[in-house]
Design a protein around this ligand. Structure first.
Ligand SMILES: [Zn+2]
Length: 146
């Protein structure tokens, strides 16, 4: 079954674009046909599961560019994709956490600054009261002595 090297045969579905790599488990072939899942019976890959373009499978096409993929490889792809997604999620969570922490620290700092301000204010007031009281006592003593 190798009529590929022959002169231009007019099989309309084989175009010169090569088999495009589909990530993960393909849902549909580029030609619009549904994907079928089958078990391989070849000597090289006995009972290995694969997915194939329904059209190409029905016509028993070979050396075509319709979807063909080993299911275990497709599943590996899916696992890789999931790993990447989890990695992204982890990254996002970390970024969010960092943002939150920065915000919290900023908030805390603001509160601390306010605390220090009011503390200083209270101390200043106490000092002022002390000074005023001291002055009054001094004046009183001076008056008493004088
Ligand atoms: Zn197809």
């Amino acid at each position: 079954m190798s009529n590929v090297s022959g002169a231009s045969n007019s099989s309309s579905h084989v175009r010169g674009r090569g088999r495009t790599y589909v990530f993960g488990v393909p849902k549909r072939c580029w030609c619009g046909e549904d994907i079928v899942a089958k078990n391989s019976h070849s000597d090289a890959n006995p009972c290995r599961r694969y997915v194939r373009c329904g059209y190409a499978y029905a016509k028993k096409l070979e050396n075509d560019n319709h979807v063909f993929k080993w299911v275990d490889e497709a599943l590996l792809d899916e696992v890789e994709k999931m790993k990447q997604q989890i990695g992204m999620l982890e990254k996002n969570v970390m970024v969010e956490l960092e943002k939150k922490m920065v915000m919290e620290v900023e908030k805390e700092l603001c509160e601390k600054v306010e605390d220090v301000k009011s503390l200083m204010q209270a101390r200043m007031n106490k000092m002022l009261i002390g000074i005023v009281l001291g002055c009054m006592i001094m004046i009183g003593i001076v008056k008493l002595v004088g």
